[in-house]
Design a protein. Structure first.
Lengths: 381, 265
């Protein structure tokens, strides 16, 4: 048993903290207010390797592993949760190619995604298929030398800015999850366009759009993995994604705690700092205890991934626990701030809105429980 | 061109929550709640060293006085492009003043055969701003302080720009070997790369204790110092300063009143 991060992991965390403190924190509130997607910062992150952290060296990635990835993403989220979801989705978008892409696809796309030359997004959700992606209806008809794609994706993170899309569509007549396949589609492919941009509660400096496909021809060689393997590929990518979202949620929670302590020590009522009231102390204690628990849940899932062990259940547990914790903590942090917490002048107002998405995307809390329970029941079958 | 760059680990005072409390001895501050970072000016010195190395070749050696905790600052400098590192660490080094500190740094630098020594122009914690200059004296090399730009003229000479009041740049030629105390803002310190981090995490940091420096105990620490720091104290609230108390709504109202009364707005 060892509770020690390696020297390398500690340094990655420090580097990410340095980056977040200088490049993100100072502008985060303004970007949120004005809904500015920070393409310049995202570009810098790409060049540093922060968008391809789990891609090994030979494919141009940082080769830093899942534990380092979690530590870095937390630091980014602490400063700006919007940029953290961008980072999370960009990293997730390398996973299908890394695990299932052929060598040509890897040199053509993965290398550039990992080095930040291309930005990737991940398009699974449709208007009629959210928690149940197996029911999605976007069609990819096999036309011998290409696939013909028709349909609409919704809620696609940075879809407007992405150079390539990981697209899950239906290739076979089989019902449900079995007839799905994964494609890599380049921006600018005729028939592919960006639809409306969503006006969101939080994460307003991240970009969320519809993607429209109308008789869009995608070359045969852009099929990733085998036809019919699309669902499996998406689920494997989401396992990694969930560790990322858990880390994002933990970064938000840590920010909630720090903002709370700072405010509670400074704010005086009844002649005393409100931090001297037991009711406030309990809130702070609950947040801090949650952070400790979440940290180990996340690290344990990430460590399992780095060791090549199964981690689906652990990733879901980490995502479920931490995203719920982020919401509870944002609630408490706002409570500690009183009326001021309800104002845009204070960071907790943004944290409160940003935290909300974490129990929804990459599988709602209900879906995480389903995944956890199914895995447990299978283990005991 | 072989370069030595001296780096100091200091409390991170960019965090507004950093509270400085004098410790029980009265001669130190409670460090337990600080997070530590590289001294700001030293960060620019590291960047300058690496830029020069990238352009003109050679090696960069990072030198630090500090305990094991300082390894993180050293390793970060290695990850950005440093080649080797020395950390001077011994109980007897505590309370070293400018002179004793420079003497310690010299002991680590003198045998490295470098062409250029870079330091930050000032440390953000004690604010002496003199270690670089004292070190240059001891190494018997010329120096320039508050340096913002460095250009290589030939393999013997540098052209350096010193930042003066009002941002005025004073250009000087200086012969190598020499020492430059680097001012902030002259370059853009990079972030460590993953490759650099991986390599740096495996690099050895050479540790020098008192015996390894070849110095005697009365040349270091308090006994080796010219100036002895006796005590820290928190300034008393003077009569002339009025401390406004209350929550933000009250304090801002009071402040507005004072400004109005004095006819300042
Ligand atoms: C900011 C943001 C960014 C996003 N980015 C992306 C992206 O990049 N790519 C992408 O593909 N998608 C993305 N999404 C979509 C996201 O993954 C879906 O919103 C999510 O999977 C839920 O789907 P839904 O919204 O259709 O809700 P629904 O599936 O309609 O769920 C509605 C409610 O029913 C519950 N429910 C559903 N099924 C069950 C069940 N079997 N048992 C119990 N309860 C159930 C849900 O938990 C939820 O509470 C994003 C969403 C947001 C908000």
């Amino acid at each position: 048993m060892s509770f020690q991060l390696t020297e390398e992991q500690k340094m990655v965390r420090l580097m990410a903290r340095d980056f977040a403190g200088k490049e993100l924190e100072p502008m985060a509130a303004q970007r949120d207010k004005e809904e500015i997607f920070p393409m310049d910062v995202v570009k810098k992150m790409g060049e540093l390797g922060l968008l391809g952290m789990m891609v090994p060296d030979e494919y141009g990635g940082a080769g830093a592993g899942a534990v380092s990835y979690c530590l870095a993403l937390q630091e980014i989220a602490y400063a700006c949760a919007s940029t953290a979801v961008t980072m999370s989705v960009a990293n997730l978008s390398t996973e299908p190619l890394l695990r299932f892409g052929d060598e040509t696809q890897k040199t053509r796309y993965l290398l550039k995604l990992a080095q930040g030359e291309l930005l990737g997004c991940f398009a699974l959700t449709e208007p009629g298929a959210g928690s149940d992606p197996g029911s999605l209806s976007m069609s990819a008809e096999d036309k011998r030398d290409h696939y013909l794609i028709n349909g609409t994706k919704v809620f696609i993170t940075h879809g407007q800015y992405a150079d390539v899309v990981n697209l899950i569509a239906r290739t076979g007549p089989e019902k449900g999850s079995r007839g799905l396949s994964t494609f890599i589609v380049e921006k600018g492919t005729p028939g592919f366009s960006v639809g409306s941009r969503e006006d969101k509660l939080g994460l307003r400096a991240s970009n969320t759009v519809e993607l429209l496909f109308s008789d869009c021809k995608v070359p045969k060689e852009n099929l990733v993995g085998k036809p019919g393997a699309g669902f499996k590929i998406a689920m494997i990518a989401l396992d990694s994604g969930r560790i990322g979202i858990a880390s994002q949620a933990l970064g938000i929670t840590r920010a909630c705690l720090d903002e709370s302590i700072r405010y509670a020590k400074g704010r005086k009522q009844f002649g005393k700092a409100i931090s001297s009231f037991e009711a406030i102390q309990w809130m702070i204690a609950d947040m801090a205890t949650g952070i400790e628990a979440a940290n180990w849940l996340i690290l344990s899932a990430a460590w399992r991934k780095d060791q090549g062990l199964p981690f689906t259940k652990e990733a879901s547990m980490a995502k479920l626990f931490t995203s719920e914790l982020a919401n509870k903590s944002a609630y408490l942090a706002l409570q500690i701030h009183g009326g001021y917490g309800y104002l845009k002048d204070f960071k907790v107002e943004r944290l409160y809105r940003d935290a909300r998405a974490t129990t929804i995307y990459e599988g709602t809390s209900e879906i995480q429980r389903l995944v956890i329970a199914r895995n447990l029941l299978k283990e005991h079958a | 061109m072989n370069i030595v760059v001296c780096v100091k680990q200091v409390p991170d005072t960019s965090d507004p929550d950093t509270e400085v409390h004098i410790d029980g001895t009265g001669r130190g501050v409670d460090q337990s709640k600080f997070s530590f970072v590289i001294n700001d000016a030293d960060n620019y010195a590291v960047e300058e060293a690496i830029l020069l190395k990238e352009k003109h070749g050679g090696e960069v050696t990072v030198v630090n006085i500090g305990g094991e905790a300082a390894n993180q600052v050293i390793r970060m400098a290695l990850a950005k492009g440093g080649d080797g590192a020395v950390r001077l660490d011994d109980e007897s080094f505590v309370y070293s003043d400018v002179v004793a500190t420079a003497r310690l740094l010299k002991s680590a630098i003198k045998d490295l055969g470098c062409d250029l020594v870079l330091t930050g122009c000032m440390a953000s914690d004690d604010g002496y701003g003199a270690v670089g200059i004292a070190l240059a004296q001891m190494l018997e090399v010329p120096h320039a302080a508050y340096v913002k730009t460095v250009e290589v003229v030939d393999d013997k000479k540098l052209k350096v720009g010193r930042e003066l009041e009002g941002g005025l740049l004073e250009m000087n030629e200086i012969e190598m070997p020499c020492l430059l105390a680097i001012q902030t803002g002259g370059n853009e310190p990079r972030y460590a790369s993953f490759k650099g981090i991986r390599e740096a995490s495996k690099k050895e940091i050479k540790v020098m204790d008192l015996a390894a420096t070849g110095l005697s105990a009365d040349e270091v620490g308090e006994s080796g110092s010219v100036a002895v720091m006796t005590q820290y104290s928190v300034p008393e609230v003077g009569d002339l300063a009025e401390m406004i108390e209350g929550d933000p709504a009250e304090t801002s109202a009071k402040l507005a009143n004072i400004l109005k009364e004095k006819g300042l707005v």
